[in-house]
Design a protein around this ligand. Structure first.
Ligand code: AMP
Ligand code: MN
Ligand code: MN
Ligand code: MN
Length: 272
């Protein structure tokens, strides 16, 4: 079974349309897929039909804040027509727009003019920092998105604005009210110390979070073992996903993820 429960389309910061993504997933033989765009469910309104034999789990990746740090929480198997989730998505989208304006003002102070309009040209739908990165590349300010994040958009840089995001309790409750399971996304990507990460997982669990990603994209086996241990220690369900954004990022290829360790309780056991 190939199971990928975290990926993006051009409804947020992914490169493919929802239908292109489903086609690629089908080519890769994905049996169970969740499209988890940033703070939007729009992909689900833009898919024509799910490929035969594939199970599509309605999902989303919601932005939150924990101790002044941005943390992502994936909601899986949510009810797409839930009114609480609909208003949550509306709130998050409004935050993204306001935040984009603020990012643009901050970049202007560094001498880059017209960044909001520039980023909007790359955003088909939900705007985010990767669209600013694309704009900065287009105007020749940086060579690639890695450099854009390193210099202007990443942690501690001018364009890193996360003050507006709701706390993890709020986000977890939205997901639960929409009938879904809250999953702590890519725990190793926050670059926290072991102590801090343990505190985050503890707070997430206390907030009602029920799962965490034990496998996120291509990762070394020792990290998988470590995350599996933390997952079991906190009594959480285990999830896995590529965090696919675009076909040219080889370390986050759609459907190419290693199996969860045997010791884990897979999240999909809840759905069968
Ligand atoms: P935002 O949703 O606006 O906060 O932007 C976060 C997104 O930017 C993530 O979901 C990644 O897709 C992307 N991202 C984060 N860090 C980097 C990086 N160092 N290089 C390239 N893309 C990144
Ligand atoms: Mn992203
Ligand atoms: Mn994320
Ligand atoms: Mn993601």
């Amino acid at each position: 079974m190939i199971i990928d429960l975290h990926c993006h389309t051009n409804m947020s910061d992914g490169a493919l349309t929802p239908n292109q993504l489903l086609d690629l997933a089908s080519e890769r033989g994905v049996d169970m897929l969740s499209i988890t765009d940033h703070d939007t469910l729009d992909a689900y309104a833009h898919t024509s039909s799910v490929p035969p034999g594939m199970r599509l789990i309605p999902g989303i990746e919601l932005s939150s804040r924990w101790r002044k740090q941005g943390v992502h929480i994936v909601g899986l198997n949510i009810d797409l027509s839930n009114p609480v989730m609909a208003s949550a998505v509306a709130e998050q989208s409004a935050i993204r727009l306001q935040r984009a304006q603020e990012i643009s003002v901050r970049l202007e102070r560094l001498g880059f003019y017209g960044c909001l309009e520039g980023a909007q040209r790359f955003a088909h739908n939900q705007i985010g920092r990767p669209h600013f990165a694309q704009h900065l590349i287009a105007v020749g300010a940086v060579k690639n998105s890695n450099e854009a994040f390193k210099k202007y958009l990443g942690a501690g840089k001018a364009g890193d604005i996360k003050e507006h995001w709701p706390d993890i309790e709020t986000v977890v409750q939205w997901i639960k009210q929409a009938g879904g399971i809250a999953v702590l996304a890519h725990p190793s990507k926050y670059k926290m110390t072991r102590t801090k990460l343990t505190e985050l997982i503890g707070d997430f669990k206390n907030a009602g979070g029920e799962a965490m990603e034990v496998v996120s994209g291509l990762q070394i086996p020792s990290l998988t073992r470590d995350l599996a241990k933390l997952c079991t220690q906190f009594g959480l369900l285990a999830s896995c996903g590529s965090d696919f954004h675009s076909p040219d990022k080889k370390w986050a290829a759609l459907g190419l993820i290693s199996n969860l360790p045997e010791t884990c309780n897979p999240i999909w056991d809840r759905w069968s």
